[in-house]
Structure formats: structure tokens, C-alpha cells
Design a protein around this ligand. Structure first.
Ligand SMILES: Cc1cc2nc3c(=O)[nH]c(=O)nc-3n(C[C@H](O)[C@H](O)[C@H](O)COP(=O)(O)OP(=O)(O)OC[C@H]3O[C@@H](n4cnc5c(N)ncnc54)[C@H](O)[C@@H]3O)c2cc1C
Length: 399
């Protein structure tokens, strides 16, 4: 096991699980990741393997058929999986957020209906806030639900950037419900939309047009979602009552931030591993490039960043598990880990010289993947807004 990214005080069970995941990553993911990614192919066999290991139900309580693990365990598994291939961690990330939101905010009927099937991976979740005109400014959404007859609702609008939009069969969608709430934040509602997986009209009034062609993060599908008169009922409102959607989504995104930080830690560690291996093989001017101080300093810088990100991510996860507020730490972890990841990947790419630019080398894939982590679950500027506002609360001048 690597000296970097070790975690203190894990239970025997946590260590066993992580060992299993690490082995799965080394044997089943790393050998095929780059080839599948270049073909933009969905990793169906890997997903089946993860279902068997119970990864889709990691944080779902045992009473609903899951493993009932903590956010920390989940994040450490995600870190290992992202080390193998970031896209695979993307497949479970939105699923995990939706399961978490149902667990925290769902009605007893919603929990009983969705969670057991989500634990096995039979139901797979996507979540949708962003629209073509907005991502950071969530409160500006235009998609809306209006009341029909009785407890019926009709949904219209266009959503953008749904990770797993095609492969999922359940989408948690945030829409406006103008029911006279006291603020814009109280006029938004999360609906749970059941649909078929695939593309085209996958439910009445729900169309998934096709995959967005991306620079990296391939294999996992990212889509739009178009709602044209989608009819549903109050039973599909998360928690049963309208007006709570914004807060539910923000709760989901907060654990999602720890998750993105964990992914960034995994990708950064892989980039470091590739860089330090290459530096001990390649020779210039009569010695291994690792022996040139310029490269040695790069490796030291990379390892320090890999380690710092991991410790910050673990702190944020543990705080959430303890029941404490962790918005500051989750924002810091996401911000630090994503920035460090982009930097470590860039440095590893440079260590590879011209070969880093060749598709035969794994670092080429990581170089296209790392920027996604700077954006998903809130950009650096949004994290800094959260961190800064929270600091002003804590350090408010007295008197
Ligand atoms: C591959 C991929 C997958 C995604 N998956 C999902 C998903 O599953 N579900 C989902 O809902 N969304 C998803 N997203 C959307 C993602 O959350 C948004 O792209 C992100 O929040 C940024 O929003 P935006 O792209 O609209 O950028 P904008 O909000 O338009 O921001 C543009 C730039 O302005 C900056 N900026 C914005 N506001 C401020 C401010 N107040 N102060 C300073 N700077 C500011 C931003 O930091 C950014 O640099 C995904 C995106 C990608 C690329």
C-alpha cells in the first residue's frame, strides 16, 4: 500500500472493504479504462462488478438492503475507484446523491419503494439542477411545475448536464413551483421522475435527446432532459411537500462535494504514481530524470498536494458523519482537492515529456479528465463564496 493517502483509525471492516475495492480497481478497472475511454464506451462489466460488491448501496442503511456505511467509507471507496477511472466514480456519484436525498428527505413510502432497489443498482439515480442558461445560479431556474387537477402536477422545461441522464431510470429534478413561498428558495420543488433508461422519449413528456460529446469524462453519459407536459402527482415530490427542493438539493450537493473531493484525490494519486514511475525510467543527460532536482522537486510538490487534499477530504467526511455542520470543510475540501488535482496531473503530464501527449499513455486521459472536477458540484468561485461567507459568520466582529 502507498504511504500517501493513508487514513487513521479505520475499523477492520473499513480496511477490508477498501482492500477489496483496491483489488477490484487494480484488476478490473485500470487494465481496461483507457481503451474504454477512448471508445467512449459505457463500462457495463465494471458496473456489474460494482453491483455485486454492493457499491451502489454503500451508504443505504441495512434495513433497506444496503451496507449502511458512513460517508467516510463511501468517500474512501470513491477515491480508490477514481484512481482507476474517474468516469466509474461518476456513475455512482449521482446515484449516491439521489439515494442520500431520498434517505434524508423522502417520505416513508418513497424510502420503502426506492432505496432497496437503489441498493442493488436495479434503480439508478441521476440528479438535475442545471439548465442551459444556468449552473452556479441555481435559484434562477426556469423549469416549472404547475398544479393540474387534484394532486396532479405538470412539468415543463429544459435541463442540462445530467450525469447518467441516459443510463439512469430515476431522476431527481429541481423545478420552480410558484406557490407564494416567502423567498425564491422556498418556491422550488424536487420531483422524482421515473423513466426508462436510454434515449428519446423515455417517459410520458420526458425526452433524453442524446449524449453530450465531451472532452473527457467519457464512458459515462451526460445528457439534456426535456420536459414537455410531463404529468405526475404529489406522491413524486421528494418529501411529499412542495417548496423544499432547493434545500434538499443543497444538502445533496454538500455530500456530493466531499465525493468530488474524493474523486480528485484518486485522480491526483494516479497521476503522481504515473509520474514517479516514469521519472525513474526515463533518462536524460546521463541519468534518470528523477535525479534532476527540477523533477525531484516536482515529485515532492505533487506528493504534498496529494496528501493535503486527502486529509482535508477525510476531515470533511468525518465531520458530516459526526452530525456536525460541514459546509465550510466540504467547500474547502472540494476546492483544494480539485485545484491540486489539476496541478498534479499537469505536473505528471510535463514529466512525461512528449509521451504525455500520446494516447498510448494513461496521463493523456487524466489530463482531459481533471478539469471536470474544477466544475462539477460548484466551481472554485462558488466554493470560495461558501467558504468566505461562512468565515464571516464565524469571525464576525463583536460590538
Ligand atoms: C461533465 C459535467 C457533468 C455535470 N453533471 C451535472 C449533473 O449531474 N447535474 C447537474 O445539475 N449539473 C451538472 N453539471 C453542471 C455543473 O454543475 C455546472 O456546469 C456548474 O455548476 C457551473 O455552471 P455553468 O456551467 O452554468 O457555469 P456558470 O454558472 O455560467 O459560470 C461561468 C463562470 O462564471 C463563474 N461565476 C459564476 N458566478 C460567479 C460569481 N457570483 N462570482 C464569481 N464567479 C462566478 C463560474 O465560477 C465560472 O467560472 C455538470 C457539468 C459538467 C461539465
Amino acid at each position: 500500500m502507498s504511504r500517501l493517502q493513508t487514513t487513521e483509525n479505520l475499523t477492520d471492516e473499513q480496511q477490508e472493504l477498501l482492500k477489496l475495492v483496491r483489488q477490484f480497481v487494480d484488476e478490473q478497472i485500470i487494465p481496461v479504462a483507457t481503451e474504454l475511454e477512448h471508445r467512449d464506451e459505457y463500462p457495463a462489466d465494471i458496473v456489474e462488478g460494482m453491483k455485486e460488491m454492493g457499491i451502489f448501496g454503500l451508504m443505504i442503511p441495512e434495513e433497506y438492503g444496503g451496507l449502511g456505511e458512513s460517508l467516510l467509507t463511501y468517500a474512501l471507496c470513491v477515491e480508490e475507484i477514481a484512481r482507476g477511472w474517474m468516469s466509474v466514480s461518476g456513475i455512482i456519484n449521482t446515484h449516491f446523491i439521489v439515494a442520500y436525498m431520498i434517505l434524508q428527505h423522502g417520505t416513508p413510502e418513497q424510502k420503502a419503494h426506492y432505496l432497496p432497489k437503489m441498493a442493488t443498482g436495479e434503480i439508478r439515480g441521476a440528479f438535475s439542477m442545471s439548465e442551459p442558461g444556468l449552473g452556479s445560479d441555481v435559484a434562477a431556474i426556469k423549469s416549472k411545475a404547475v398544479r393540474g387537477e387534484g394532486d396532479e402536477w405538470v412539468l415543463d422545461g429544459q435541463k442540462m448536464w445530467l450525469t447518467n441522464g441516459g443510463s439512469s431510470n430515476l431522476v431527481a429534478v429541481l423545478v420552480k413551483t410558484d406557490l407564494g413561498g416567502s423567498s425564491v428558495y422556498r418556491n422550488m420543488t424536487t420531483f422524482l421522475i421515473d423513466k426508462e433508461s436510454g434515449f428519446g422519449e423515455t417517459a410520458q413528456g420526458i425526452t433524453i435527446p442524446g449524449k453530450i460529446d465531451k472532452m473527457g469524462y467519457k464512458g459515462v453519459d451526460t445528457t439534456e432532459l426535456v420536459m414537455t407536459g410531463h404529468r405526475t402527482t404529489s406522491a413524486q415530490i421528494l418529501g411529499g411537500e412542495p417548496g423544499k427542493g432547493f434545500y434538499q438539493m443543497m444538502d445533496g450537493v454538500e455530500v456530493g462535494r466531499v465525493n468530488v473531493a474524493a474523486r480528485a484525490c484518486g485522480v491526483a494519486r494516479r497521476a503522481f504514481e504515473l509520474g514517479i514511475a516514469y521519472a525513474q525510467q526515463r533518462e536524460t543527460f546521463g541519468k534518470k530524470i528523477a535525479e534532476h532536482q527540477g523533477i525531484l522537486f516536482r515529485l515532492a510538490d505533487m506528493a504534498t498536494k496529494v496528501e493535503a487534499s486527502h486529509q482535508m477530504m477525510v476531515k470533511a467526511a468525518r465531520l458530516k458523519d459526526s452530525g456536525a455542520r460541514n459546509d465550510l470543510e466540504a467547500g474547502m475540501a472540494k476546492y483544494l482537492a480539485a485545484e491540486n488535482c489539476a496541478d498534479v496531473v499537469e505536473q505528471s503530464f510535463r514529466i512525461h515529456g512528449g509521451y504525455g501527449y500520446s494516447k498510448e499513455y494513461e496521463i493523456e486521459r487524466l489530463y482531459r479528465e481533471a478539469p471536470m472536477l474544477l466544475i462539477g458540484e460548484g466551481t472554485a468561485e462558488i466554493q470560495k463564496m461558501i467558504i468566505g461567507r461562512r468565515l464571516l459568520e464565524d469571525y464576525k466582529l463583536k460590538g
